[in-house]
Design a protein around this ligand. Structure first.
Ligand SMILES: C[S@@+](CC[C@H](N)C(=O)[O-])C[C@H]1O[C@@H](n2cnc3c(N)ncnc32)[C@H](O)[C@@H]1O
Length: 253
């Protein structure tokens, strides 16, 4: 049997939606050409066709929400080994990002597997099974454990993890939930442990591709997140942006 394919389950239109607009504007251009429209509307349709084609290429090949992401910094868990917690693991994209890049590490993939999961990934199959299928497809399931739980009230003892990752998850919570989750991360992380926080941010790729369409709570800036992390007892040691992503690597004091 061939190995199962990774299927992170983000909506298809995030990667392919611009193609519909591109096809529609090309059809308009052909119609305009056949009917000898004036330059103005033809130019406008041409610009929209060019932008939507370029935006499709960026969405599909640069942002690539359903592809396997690169670790944004090699400094995260640089010793390569340890027990990692993924807070808000979803269908496994961030868990696989860590396990594929840190082959000596083990990981607990925690998620509520509730309404928020369905909002992002739809209702097909059972959430835990979808996560497990992806972990198997990536060949990392033997180093991963799936755990249902709330990141605002983590079901772990203090200092239980060497490192924590959380990607596009904490930024879905309200202010109180963010503070609770960061405090919980500080509690279950060993002193000196790494915390890699990744949130959606307004950087040039996402602005070009989705413009004002993508309204997301996580579009707060790095100063805001740095302040929250410091209040929770973390020291930010590195930060930067990747397509659609602001990452902050911090250490527990
Ligand atoms: C956008 S997904 C991100 C999934 C994955 N980390 C990634 O990078 O693709 C956000 C996930 O956070 C989970 N989530 C939301 N609130 C949560 C909470 N309070 N505790 C645990 N998980 C939560 C949702 O169920 C969802 O699977």
């Amino acid at each position: 049997m061939p190995p199962a394919q990774l299927d992170f389950g983000y909506p298809w239109w995030l990667s392919y939606g611009h193609l519909i607009l591109a096809a529609a504007t090309v059809a308009v251009l052909l119609l305009g050409y056949a009917r000898k429209w004036s330059k103005g509307p033809m130019l406008l349709a041409g610009i929209v066709a060019l932008w939507s084609t370029a935006a499709f290429l960026v969405a599909r090949f640069v942002i690539d929400v359903n592809g396997q992401p690169l670790l944004p910094t090699q400094s995260f868990l640089h010793l390569g080994t340890g027990r990692v917690l993924d807070m808000g693991a979803g269908t496994g994209r961030s868990s696989i990002m860590v396990l594929a890049n840190r082959p000596q590490a083990t990981l607990v993939a925690l998620d509520l597997f509730g309404d928020s999961f369905e909002q992002h990934f739809g209702r097909s199959g059972t959430p835990k099974q979808r996560l497990l299928t992806n972990l198997k497809a990536a060949g990392v399931e033997q180093r991963a454990m799936i755990q249902a739980g709330d990141m605002r009230n983590l079901p772990f003892e203090a200092a239980a993890f060497d490192a924590i990752v959380s990607s596009y998850a904490i930024d879905h919570l309200n202010r109180e939930g963010i503070n609770q989750s960061l405090a919980e991360a500080a509690r279950v992380l060993k002193p000196g442990g790494d915390f890699l926080l990744m949130v959606i941010t307004k950087e040039p790729w996402i602005q070009f591709t989705f413009g004002p369409l993508l309204l997301h709570g996580g579009t707060r800036g790095s100063a805001w997140w740095t302040q929250r992390l410091q209040e929770a007892g973390f020291q930010v040691v590195e930060q930067g942006t990747r397509p659609i992503t602001l990452y902050l690597l911090s250490r527990r004091g």
